[in-house]
Structure formats: C-alpha cells, structure tokens
Design a protein around this ligand. Structure first.
Ligand code: FNR
Length: 344
C-alpha cells in the first residue's frame, strides 16, 4: 500500500516538475533553418496530412507522446482529455508507462479511458525495458493498442534513488518483445536522445521503429533532481539535442521508421524533424502544459494550429504529403552545425 501511494505521488510529482523543467532557453531546432522558397505550384486544398509509419496509417504526423496513467483520478482525467483532443484532431497518442497497472489491476481504468474515449484512434501502449514479453502483451491488450513503445531511461533510473541499477538483459528482452509481439514496437528515449551507436545496437536486435526523444524539452534529470535531497546537477543538460539525434540515427539506419520528439515546440520544429528524416513527431510536455493551464478547448486549438503551420511549410516547400518534406533544402548553424559535422 505504501509502495502504491509512493508510486501515485511520484506520477503527480513528475507532472508538476515536468511542467517546470524546460529550462533551456535556446532550442537546438533554432540552429536549423529551412530555406524559404518563393515559387510553388500547390493548392492548399491538396495538402494532405495523412502519412505512413511502417505498417501504421496515421491521419497526421503529430502524436501526443507518452505521459501518464496509474495513480488515481488526476491521471485518468488527464488521459481522458488528451484522448478527446486526439480524437477531435485525428492525431495518435501514447499512454504513460503501464507497469503500475500491470502490478495493480485497479489502475487499469486510468489507461483504458484512452481507448474508450477514442475507439478508432491510433494508440500506443508504453512500458520500460524491464518488461517481459507477457507484460508487453498485457499492456497492448489493456488498451487495444496499435503499437507498443518501450522507453529507455537509464539516466533517469540512475538519478532516482529508488531506480534500477541493472540493465544486463535490456537488449535480449527488447529482442524477444520485437520478435513475439504482433504490433509494431517503438523503442524510445525519454529526453536524452538516441546516438548512432545505440541505434545500431537496436537494429541488431530487430528494432524497426525508434523515437529519438532527444534533449531540449522535458528534462527528467531536472525532474528527478527536484526529488533528491542532494541533486546530481552535472546531468541537467546531458543528452543529444533532438535534431542532432535524428541526423545520427538516420545516418546509420536510414530504413528505420523514425519518430522525432523532445522539445518540439510547434509545427515549425515538427516540419524540421520531417525534413531531417522523421516520419512522425511527438509532443508531450508542451501539450500537457496547455491542457493543465488553459484547458481542453485550448489544447484542441493548439493542435490545429500546429497542423496549420506544418501545412503552410508543406505548401511553400512543394510537398503534398508530410513524407515529401524529407530532404528539403536547409542549413545548420552554430552548435548544431558543429555537432553534425563531427558526428555525421
Ligand atoms: C513523460 N515521458 C514518458 N515517456 C515514456 O516513455 N513513458 C512515460 O511514462 C513517460 N512519462 C512522462 C511523464 C510526463 C509528465 C512527461 C512530460 C513526459 C517522456 C515523453 O514521452 C517524451 O519522451 C519527453 O517528454 C520529451 O518530449 P517533450 O516533453 O519535450 O515534448
């Protein structure tokens, strides 16, 4: 019971601190400029947001990334509202880690609400890399998920006093889940980004979908340090900035179904991700902030504006579909340029 209470508290603390954690004043996305084009031949009415992510057919390249569930009423209400917004705007969404509901059935309703509110939507289940094949299948069944996200969060675990310390079987567990599950398995970071080396290790165990979830947005080093008596602040800005991470993964694993997330603020950052090779882009903290501070209607408007921004860029860059943005002319400046030229 005490353990359950502390897990519920942790979820609410995560939400509170995550909303305050984005301290980076400069986004790495600002180190990438799309080259404006004056001449186009497209009609707004022909711009199509539908796109493919491997075997999944998405109405939009934007998705709500994994955040919450478990604990009590508060997370159920948040998930319900995120699901309503996702349904109204036709975007996909993930739930937060379902391990707490796998350990305590009573918490399942805080996740199931996402499916009951949006019976036909594309929904991703979510677990950590400690999950077994059976647990992975249960998470998918719980919400009739279209795909499963497995999050890798080594730094967060190490900063958490109660976190995991043993990652010996991470790759073999992921390999088993990828081989045995009937739905796509997306391996994601939670804000530190994927490197070339880690992407290749995932490729070697059969992974086809990676969400880079890079540095630049919600920052779990800061979140977890807020919960420690003695913060390990050296890690506050550890990680690979999201646009650099997309380039890293795409450079060694071009056939990967790449998702981008981590500090995506708007449709412009989303479009930049698609230009760099992502097929979809996720937003977590910034959408949650709109929901919590301004309400459901404001969240729906925000998502519609993000869609509008992506469509504007698509029209200017002569791209009828999101995937046609891939490789459109752009330049890098400053730190992002330095990173890319040393690593790619
Ligand atoms: C998260 N994130 C997350 N990721 C995951 O795979 N499982 C989880 O349970 C959670 N929990 C969670 C809670 C809260 C409150 C936030 C804000 C985020 C991480 C999330 O999916 C995403 O990878 C990062 O937040 C980076 O994206 P943003 O927030 O910068 O858009």
């Amino acid at each position: 019971m005490v353990k359950q209470m502390s897990r519920a508290n942790r979820k609410l603390e995560h939400i509170k601190y995550a909303l305050e954690s984005n301290k980076e004043e400069v986004s790495a996305f600002d180190g990438m400029k799309i080259i404006h084009q004056s001449v186009t031949s497209l009609n707004w009415d022909d711009i199509e947001l539908h796109t493919k992510l491997g075997g999944l057919s998405l109405s939009s390249p934007l998705f709500v990334n994994a955040m919450t569930g478990g604990g009590g009423m508060d997370t159920e209400t948040i998930n319900k509202n995120l699901a309503i917004a996702a349904k109204e705007t036709g975007i996909s969404m993930s739930v937060g880690s379902q391990m707490s509901a796998i350990k305590n059935n009573e918490e399942e309703r805080t996740y199931r609400v996402v499916r009951s509110e949006n019976p036909n939507g594309i929904i991703f289940a979510n677990l950590g890399s400690e999950a077994s094949v059976e647990q992975a299948q249960r998470a998918v069944d719980m919400i009739e998920a279209d795909a499963l996200q497995i999050h890798l969060n080594v730094l967060q675990e190490l900063i958490m006093p109660e976190g995991d310390r043993n990652f010996e079987r991470m790759e073999s567990r992921i390999e088993a889940i990828v081989n045995r599950l009937p739905v796509p398995v997306i391996i994601k970071e939670i804000g530190q980004g994927f490197s070339k080396e880690s992407a290749l290790r995932m490729k070697n165990v059969g992974v086809e979908y990676i969400d880079v979830a890079g540095k630049g947005g919600t920052n779990f080093s800061i979140v977890e340090n807020r919960r420690r008596k003695t913060p390990l602040s050296s890690f506050d800005y550890w990680g690979i900035p999201t646009p650099a991470s997309i380039k890293e993964v795409h450079s060694v694993f071009p056939e990967c179904q790449l998702l981008a997330s981590g500090g995506i603020r708007n449709g412009l950052d989303g479009a930049k991700s698609l230009i760099l090779g992502a097929k979809a882009f996720g937003m977590a903290g910034s959408l949650l902030k709109v929901l919590v501070n301004e309400g459901l209607e404001a969240l729906v408007e925000r998502i519609e504006d993000i869609h509008k921004e992506v469509q504007m860029i698509m029209l200017m860059l002569e791209s009828k579909t999101p995937d046609q943005l891939a490789g459109k002319p752009h330049v890098f400046t400053g730190e992002l340029y330095d990173w890319i030229h040393q690593r790619i």
